[in-house]
Design a protein around this ligand. Structure first.
Ligand SMILES: Nc1ncnc2c1ncn2[C@@H]1O[C@H](COP(=O)(O)OP(=O)(O)OP(=O)(O)O)[C@@H](O)[C@H]1O
Ligand SMILES: [Mg+2]
Length: 142
């Protein structure tokens, strides 16, 4: 189900869209992010965390660790699986256990592990339009 399709014209716009979206999130939700390098996945996640009253300066792509955990009212598990080859690598590290832990999973480069993502999830796709413009689509899969 499509929830939103909007053009963001600035980082501020993206933060605001993300903050609004954050209000929907509940424990055990999984949010997968699609979009090329520099599309704005991490930027969106910073806005989302700000919406959960978390200081976004601590939010960065967990490039060397795969996973960052932010201690908000609800635990946030922030994955960046860019450097994984496929979903087997993800399973080998036992990361799929996080899908059923008490918290919310945010996954950058979700297409790499799409075959093992829970069916019930949000998909957020960010397309680069120009220097400052991004098309942001949010859908909910049940
Ligand atoms: N409207 C916009 N929304 C989001 N980011 C924007 C926008 N306009 C410009 N930018 C810039 O685009 C870059 C987005 O980087 P970001 O790290 O969020 O991308 P990413 O999708 O997480 O990339 P990666 O795949 O490397 O993790 C930032 O430098 C940001 O300032
Ligand atoms: Mg990123």
């Amino acid at each position: 189900m499509a929830l939103l399709k909007e053009i963001s014209s600035s980082v501020e716009d993206t933060y605001n869209i993300a903050k609004d979206f954050a209000k929907n999130l509940k424990i055990n939700d999984v949010v997968s992010f699609f979009g090329n390098l520099g599309a704005g996945k991490t930027t969106f996640i910073k806005g989302l965390l700000e919406g959960l009253n978390y200081t976004s300066s601590e939010v960065n792509s967990p490039t060397f660790t795969y996973l960052n955990i932010y201690d908000t009212k609800i635990n946030i598990f922030h994955f960046d699986v860019y450097r994984l080859k496929n979903s087997n690598n993800f399973l080998d590290m036992g990361f799929d256990e996080y899908f059923s832990m008490d918290g919310i999973c945010l996954i950058e480069w979700a297409d790499i592990i799409e075959d093992i993502l829970p069916k019930k999830r949000y998909n957020i796709t960010i397309n680069h339009i120009s220097d400052k413009k991004r098309e942001i689509s949010i859908e909910k899969n049940i």
